[in-house]
Write a new protein. Structure first.
Length: 116
């Protein structure tokens, strides 16, 4: 099979795809913002806990407040899907944020139509 024929067959297969050219293929995940906030929090937390010691109190304060702001950002973002809820719960658990377990339970109840 020549390269030209392979290219034609590949293009035909792509065009036959049910998602080809549709808006569905380009839509972001409904919890993309939450997932990004969780990833950002975990990256900041990792750097805070394993990075070099701050050289001044101001630098320590800046790092600490950045960590708390990232924590609040993901904790205050409601998940829209079960996947988002799992990512949020995993980030809270890995960070040892057990005191926020009820917030995750409330998210689950809200998502399932239960009382909050």
């Amino acid at each position: 099979m020549s390269a030209t024929r392979r290219g034609i067959l590949a293009a035909a297969a792509a065009a036959a795809s049910p998602l080809a050219g549709s808006a569905i293929a380009a839509e972001p995940h409904p919890d993309a913002e939450l997932i990004a906030k969780c990833d950002r929090y975990l990256a900041i937390r990792n750097e805070y806990n394993s990075g070099p010691e701050p050289t001044s109190q101001e630098e320590d304060d800046r790092q600490y407040f950045a960590l708390r702001a990232a924590e609040e950002a993901f904790l205050n973002t409601a998940p829209r899907t079960l996947h988002g809820l799992r990512v949020k719960a995993s980030a809270a658990q890995s960070a040892g944020l057990d005191e926020h377990a009820w917030q995750v339970v409330e998210d689950l109840l809200r998502m399932s139509g239960g009382p909050v």
